[in-house]
Design a protein around this ligand. Structure first.
Ligand code: ZN
Length: 247
């Protein structure tokens, strides 16, 4: 095996591999996303298992490049986000979210993405349970934007004006909003029948929530109270938009 190197980062997902091994998806500050083979990780006396089983932590891993795989050979925990594991809902939701972004994340390094994941975990670690929905969805829409899928939610995609009416259409395929007059005129879009499931009707208030989630930082978001109904629709739009890019 060749020289070793250090990688600072977060485990996004793990899967069992062969009889006793595991492969982890790791997002590192130095190299972006990597798949790392952990030999014998499922053996009871594995020395490496405790390290990668450490939930929600910033890890300093030592890896070596083998012929076919990057191998984990050691490392240490740099920072534990230990409040996350005190609440079951935080564990489940944070795990799910990291797995989901792992499916969409590109292998090459993006410092902004690394910092966003780190900030997200630090924030989830600090906040009460009733604020995690806000941070989860703000994280997802920011993650999409940083990944090259930033939705246009300031101006109408057709007329390039700020929408004036109470209702606006979010178009998943076009990646942003269309104001109602443009939608009704159907001017530049040839609307076909099966396009209906790509369009979500939202209110001005929901659009406002989406804008805040995308453009405001986590600290300012957790200090605000959102109307449940607006929050729910905004969450739905973000989930559908995320899934749209996943497929
Ligand atoms: Zn318009």
């Amino acid at each position: 095996m060749s020289r070793t190197r250090h990688l600072l980062g977060i485990v996004l997902a793990k899967e069992n591999w062969r009889e006793n091994d595991q492969i982890i998806s790791f997002y590192s500050q130095e190299s972006g996303k990597l798949e790392i083979l952990v030999r014998g990780a499922r053996k009871i006396n594995s020395k490496l298992a405790p390290l990668i089983s450490e939930p929600f932590a910033l890890l300093d891993l030592v890896v070596a490049q083998g012929k076919n795989y990057t191998h984990l050979i050691g490392g240490e925990v740099k920072e534990r986000f230990k409040n996350i594991i005190t609440e079951e809902q935080k564990i489940i939701q944070t795990n799910t979210l990291l797995k989901r972004i792992n499916q969409l994340i590109k292998p090459q390094l993006d410092k902004k993405i690394f910092l966003l994941i780190l900030k997200f975990l630090k924030k989830i670690n600090q906040i009460p349970l009733n604020k995690i929905r806000i941070i989860n969805h703000a994280f997802l829409i920011k993650f999409l934007a940083f990944s090259g899928y930033c939705p246009e939610i300031k101006i109408c995609l057709v007329c390039h004006q700020i929408p004036q009416g109470e209702e606006i259409i979010f178009n998943l395929e076009k990646g942003g909003i269309v104001c109602l007059p443009c939608q009704q005129a159907g001017l530049k879009y040839k609307l076909d029948d099966n396009q209906n499931n790509q369009q979500i009707k939202i209110t001005k208030q929901t659009l406002n929530v989406l804008q805040k989630f995308l453009y405001q930082d986590f600290n300012s978001l957790i200090q605000q109270n959102f109307v449940q109904k607006d929050l729910q629709v905004a969450e739905k739009v973000i989930k559908l938009f995320f899934n749209w890019h996943l497929d």
